[in-house]
Ligand binder design. Structure first.
Ligand code: GLU
Length: 497
């Protein structure tokens, strides 16, 4: 029985995020990166990025760039890793291949591992038979006790073996997880897993353990799904006579319906959230709360406070729930906290990209700033802005007749209201919020209309919709001519109805 209990805590913290470039990083991956980063920053330790790209068939072109870009966007700088030299590089496993084979050979020499010559076809048949008999699947250890002569014969036949670890048939492997406490696995339930493939590439297990050792990783913070690999890793650490790092398996992330998190729940690759107009600061706050909490109450926690307060003790054991509505709400909070200049800078690219193409570019920054000031409280994402604020940029706005005709104000009365409004507006000087408000409140009384009804009609005529920023600010920003044009258009529409 091997056992690893928590260390003395005095070693300097070195943590790593070790993504496999088999796809674009999603929220779960970046949550893992974030917890490692926060732990490093909190403790003054080092945050290392290691690319685990030994599964050649599953490599996805562009995935490494996407991973690094995701981290950069979130402002999670790494101390060592791709593009950042350190004492333990290279930080990409495919550039470290020379390290793994000699150690696999050493394990064979010391009888912790053995070459396995079974063909892919045999393994498949064995598996099918195990499934048919309702038995646990796993390697049946046929090559475990081959004699030297038998091994030599297979080699002479030109069969390149894989190297398998000799898992003890009995006993238990235990370790102390910093989140879960003592974890025990029955060795008999683990099969003799592969360390080195026949092409000389290491498997995840071998490369991960060797690299964590040589990179002097002190704590392994990784997703819960890797828990089942940890007893294998503990066995490997023991066989290689390395001191294992401390382990902390982070709680799963589920959708609100408690099922596995997927696109259906709004969880997409991290950079898609950027495309959708989420702020990196909001994303960081949101991801930090997927499994960690400050005090079970506080929701809005800025980056500095996260760094200051982060601790492994406050990581929960139960699954975290990914709720896109909460993220939208949080993003709105962060948007409202931005200065007008900051928000304008962030908004311009979204407006440039998503406003209809007939609207002239480049947009006038000063005008955009004024629009943003009126929309800041209404938007939850930057990408919503072009749709919300489109009427500020359009030369023409077509107020839908069904809206105009369904305000509860009779058509005749609405026509009269627009006619009088046009007169009022034409003669108005100055054309600003306060003058507009005073004059139109009085006008409602003069027309025997409720202010709500008069303002509602004007809002539809001027913005084309029923929800918009405060009416008189909107009118003042659009200017007298635009307001006249839009009301005239609505008037024509109503008259013809
Ligand atoms: N390469 C693994 C992954 O893609 C790393 C697991 C670990 O952190 O050990 O998540």
């Amino acid at each position: 029985m091997s056992e690893q209990l928590s260390g003395d805590g005095s070693k300097s913290v070195r943590v790593r995020y070790a993504p496999s470039p088999t796809g674009y990083p999603h929220v779960g991956n970046i949550r893992t990166a974030l917890f490692n980063w926060l732990f490093a920053r909190h403790t003054g330790g080092n945050f290392v990025i290691r690319i685990e790209d030994t599964d050649v068939e599953r490599r996805v072109a562009g995935a490494v760039e996407d991973i690094l870009e995701s981290l950069r966007w979130m402002g999670m700088a790494w101390d060592e890793g791709p593009c950042v030299d350190g004492d333990f590089g290279p930080y990409t496993q495919s550039e470290r291949l020379h390290l793994y084979q000699p150690l696999a050979d050493q394990l064979v020499r010391e009888d912790y591992a053995y070459p396995c010559f079974c063909s892919a076809q045999r393994l498949e048949e064995m598996r099918a038979e195990q499934v048919r008999l309702n038995q646990p699947t796993g390697y049946d250890r046929r090559c475990r006790d081959l004699t030297e002569q038998e091994r030599a014969r297979c080699r002479a036949e030109g069969i390149d073996p894989v190297i398998r670890f000799k898992v003890p048939r009995a006993g238990r492997t235990q370790f102390r997880d910093l989140i879960r406490g003592k974890v025990t696995f029955e060795n008999s339930l683990l099969d003799d897993f592969v360390l080195l493939k026949s092409d000389g590439f290491p498997t995840y297990h071998l490369a991960n353990v060797i690299d964590d050792h040589f990179m002097q990783i002190s704590h392994v913070l990784r997703a819960d799904e890797w828990m089942a690999s940890t007893p294998r890793h503990i066995m490997l650490y023991n066989a290689l006579k390395y001191e294992p790092p401390l382990f902390a398996h982070l709680p799963m992330i589920l959708g609100p319906d408690k099922s596995k998190l997927s696109k259906r729940h709004g969880a997409t690759s991290l950079l898609e959230f950027r495309e959708e107009g989420y702020l990196a600061e909001a994303m960081m706050n949101f991801l930090a709360l997927l499994g960690w909490s400050l005090d079970d109450r506080t929701e809005i926690i800025d980056r500095q406070t996260l760094i200051k307060s982060f601790s492994l003790e406050r990581i929960g054991k139960t699954a975290a729930i990914f709720n896109i509505d909460k993220l939208r709400w949080m993003n709105g909070v962060y948007i409202r906290a931005l200065s007008l200049e900051e928000l304008t800078d962030k908004a311009i690219p979204f407006l440039e990209k998503h406003l209809p193409s007939h609207i002239t570019r480049p947009l006038d920054r000063d005008y955009v700033r004024k629009v943003v000031a009126l929309e800041q409280d209404r938007m939850k994402t930057l990408k919503e802005l072009p749709e919300l604020a489109r009427f500020f940029f359009e030369a023409e706005v077509a107020a839908p007749l069904d809206l105009l005709a369904n305000t509860g104000v009779p058509d005749q009365k609405a026509v009269e209201a627009f006619e009088v409004s046009l007169d009022v507006i034409s003669g108005m000087e100055p054309f600003d919020h306060d003058s507009l408000e005073t004059r139109f409140r009085a006008l409602a009384t003069e027309l025997s209309l409720k202010t709500k009804d008069l303002f509602g009609l004007l809002r539809i005529a001027i913005t084309g919709g029923t929800s918009a920023p405060p009416l008189f600010d909107t009118m003042a920003l659009l200017g007298k001519d635009q307001c006249i044009r839009r009301i005239q258009k609505a008037l024509v529409l109503l008259r013809c109805a």
